[in-house]
Design a protein. Structure first.
Length: 222
């Protein structure tokens, strides 16, 4: 039976340690975004789906994916959406409930900014988690709160996306918030610290990322 959790490998920076942070399982549905295929293969996972215009995948990765019999959805290089946005739309249409994204950071700054803003491009029907070499980020909106056991002294930030977030409540932290409003560009939610056994973040309107900072930055050779 196919897992209802998709793991997406984009073509940015990636450390194999990231998959351990997110408890990725071989049973998850593995999606490669063009050149991100090399990250999936290097981690020892079997790709289920390759998506993109295939302008950045190397020959070795392409041959391995073909040999493994993965589904391939190829798009023209001239299109109105990025490969990653098209992946999100495919996963939405296939009714996945949970999506983990790797490789969203690094490389061209404009690409990186657009990758992160995709989290707020629409109210995606799946729970979204983005892990890079510095943070483990969880999307929170009015339908999905963050409520998890987190290590004491864990650093985190609450970052609003695509407009102000209202009714923001943060509990279990050094700097709690109660029905606050966070505007885009404000640093009110920056660099907080967990003080209780559980960290709870909820909002009434808008979209935020709860970004847990890795105590030690992950590197590509880990």
């Amino acid at each position: 039976m196919q897992s209802n959790r998709a793991v997406v490998f984009a073509n940015g920076d990636y450390s194999i340690q990231s998959s351990k942070v997110a408890d990725v399982s071989p049973d998850d549905f593995m999606v490669c975004v063009d050149g991100g295929a090399r990250h999936c293969l290097a981690s020892g996972f079997k790709p289920n789906l390759l998506v993109g215009d295939l302008d950045s995948i190397d020959r070795n990765s392409s041959a391995k994916i073909n040999a493994l019999g993965a589904e391939c959805i190829r798009f023209a290089s001239e299109k109105d959406a990025s490969d990653l946005e098209l992946v999100f739309e495919i996963l939405r249409d296939r009714f996945f409930e949970y999506v983990i994204l790797f490789g969203s950071s690094g490389g061209r700054t404009d690409h990186q900014l657009f990758n992160w803003q995709l989290a707020a491009a629409q109210h995606w029907p799946f729970q979204l988690r983005i892990v890079d070499n510095y943070v483990d980020a969880h999307l929170v909106d009015s339908n999905r709160a963050f409520d998890e056991v987190v290590s004491a002294d864990q650093l985190f930030s609450v970052v609003p996306l695509a407009g102000p977030a209202t009714g923001v409540t943060v509990r279990g932290a050094q700097y709690p918030l109660d029905n606050a409003t966070l505007t885009v560009g404000s640093t009110v939610g920056l660099s907080n610290k967990v003080t209780d056994a559980r960290l709870q973040v909820s909002i009434e309107k808008g979209i935020v990322l709860v970004m847990l900072v890795h105590f030690k930055a992950l590197t590509a050779d880990q």
